[in-house]
Design a protein around this ligand. Sequence first.
Ligand code: C2E
Ligand code: CA
Ligand code: CA
Length: 812
Amino acid sequence: MLHVYACITQQHDPWLLLLAAAVCGFGAWVSLSLVTRAAGAAKRMRGLWIAAAASATGGGIWATHFVAMLAFRSGLTVGYDVLLTALSIVIAVVGSGAGIAVAIGRGAGMRGAALGGGIVGAVTGAMHYTGMAALQAPADHLHDARFIAASLAIGILFGAAAMAVSLRRTSLRARALGAMLLVAAICGLHFTGMTAVTLVPNPLATPSGQAMAPEWLAVAVAAIATLIMGLGLVGSILDQRLADRASRETARLRSSEERFRQLADATFEGIVIHRDGRVLDVNRAMTELLGRSPEQVIGRHLAEFVAPGQRDAIARYHHQPSFGRLEVELLHSDGTLIVSEAHGHSITQDGLPARVVAIRDIRERKRSEERIRHMANHDLLTGLPNRSLFLDRAGMALANARHDGEAVAVFHIGLDRFKTVNDLHGHKAGDALLRQAAARILDTVRKHDTVARLGGDEFVVLQTLNTPLDDAMLLAERLVQALAAPFELEDGPQPALAALGASVGIALFPQDGEDAEQLLAHAGAALSRAKSDGRGAFRFYEAAMDERIQARRRLERDLRAALETDALCVHYQPQVDCGTQRLLGFEALVRWNHPERGMVPPSEFIPLAEESGLIGPLGERVLRSACREAASWPDGIVIAVNLSPVQFRQPDIAASILAILRETGFPPERLEIEVTEGVLIDDTERALAALNALKMAGVRIALDDFGTGYSSLSYLQRFAFDKLKIDRSFVSTMETSQETRSIVRTILALAKALDITVTAEGVETEEQLRILQEEACNQVQGYLIGRPAAPEGIRHFGLSPAAGMLEAAAGA
Ligand code: C2E
Ligand code: CA
Ligand code: CA
């Protein structure tokens, strides 16, 4: 160490030494800058950068060496061998290039950097000793091998450290430290190497080859130094430009990334980017859908965020390039499942393939779809399933029953008298009533039985049974009972009660039908039977009902045809004074001359006409022909025409009767309208208005079938009838029953008090006539006096003087 120190301080010019150090330092700095630049350069530019770095490194080493040599005071006249000097430059530059290439080679790492640095150190040694060999002086070179070895070790070790340090980090500090280490390598090697050499003057030692004066060497050094500086300048300018461009590029990328993030966060759809199911990024909407922060989602697997049952299913889509409208249930952090729709596409993220999935919350859409489906399948008023849903459910229940060998019953429920209440109290009351009925039915059945509303006042229940007949009977009874209790009506300020009652028809699977439609139709047939058998009851379906229904349908069709072809005619039955038996009038009774069945009695087709709506035209036709016929009779002969309660539901019934009177020119005073008390049960207000209108016009009103109803007497109070007709059933039992006779007597007394005329119907015997005369009945009608007959027939019945009048009239 001391030798080296002495060598530096005693054998060198200090100013030139300083210059050597400066050249070395500058060269090292430029060299390492270019090396790091080369390390970061694109492949095609790499060779150029390595060449530049090699020139700077080799040039720096070489220039340092020779400036130091200029500073060396040997006391001898020296020259330099041109060839060897040139060779030393080549060694320095090419060798450095090799070292640098190793240091920054692909996958070199720290070891490679150190190895490359070591090579540069070794090359410095080779250059130094070649340069020493180029020194030509009249002296002998004595070498100390230990110092040579030490010089090489210093060059290699420091060179390795310099490269390792400056390539590990790209900071300026690392580069400065690297440059100092490189300076240490070069200078350390040089001066240790100089210490190893002793020049012993020997005038005989003659220089070989071409020698170059130190002045020329100075020029060469200056040229090399300029080259290094030039390279440094070019490098740093290029570096600056590249840095600018890079920073502009990163700024652009940053801002576009920022824009993308803002865009992604602004959308309502959840967006998730994943690779093989592993989440790379999410937007805000997605984190809100999941109820988790981005940190809780990014890096996790998608499967964690979907419903457990769907995990396998969605895994199939991780590698599909794109998909749309995939329905998934997301798992919110609070455990709720969010029905969503996903669309997926392939993208590239950080140079690798990834998938972007857009997810939309479709719960609201699902809810409205569900509402629409519900509306399509349910009755809005009661919320019960409607007919189509009932048939669906019944279909499923039947399939199960078929499989399990079970029985199923279909109950068709009809509310009796609903229409009356609805017309009387308005639709609001009717709706409330239907809701109450629905609630009662639901209360009566078991939880899993299906209850549906078919429309109007009709409901249906489906029940699976163990013991079909008993169970079905029990439920039917309970249904009838539940609906028999009066319903509350919120009609006006005072709550009212309305007793409707219900009838039930039952069809059983498998015996009564194969499918739901058939069972429903058969239960419906049983219901009509229950209704016509007196209401408030239930009936099981019987195959015969089907035939009855078929027969009814045929009859209805024929009746329609009869109305069109005039197959209906009117017969007339005389009514006479009870005491004098003077002819007072005739009752018009409709007849149907059926092409196949002959004369069909009105009891068979009037109810059918009432149900099918044919009663309107039928009634008008009877009235019109009766008036026409009676118009030709002598004055004072009255015609009585029956009107069905159903006809009184027609709003303009009074007007249309009066119109027919005008049309036929028949005086209203000679018309008597016969109604039953049913008129006043059904739609009292409207019926009363019609009856009053007719009465005002001069038409007389008779109460037919008196005594057969429930509260006949009360009806006498409600309307001022002109006449009442004691029903045939009283007349026929009057002879044998004292009780009946006293009822007849009471009716007659009451009527007298109210100033109402009384006609006894169905008088068949002289005895009956005698009793009625005794009780002072006003008028009689019956087979005894005359059977109903066609217009031709009544001209000849000739049982009273009046008949003569009639005949005269007919003949006129
Ligand atoms: P109703 O109004 O009580 O008519 C009297 C019924 O008793 C008639 O039956 C008549 O033929 C029958 N009859 C009369 N005298 C006797 C008798 O001495 N003994 C017996 N056993 N029967 C007697 P019909 O013609 O079969 O009419 C039945 C019902 O049909 C009528 O009962 C009436 O309610 C209804 N009806 C008849 N024609 C019409 C009509 O044009 N319009 C409406 N709405 N109903 C009608
Ligand atoms: Ca009658
Ligand atoms: Ca009658």
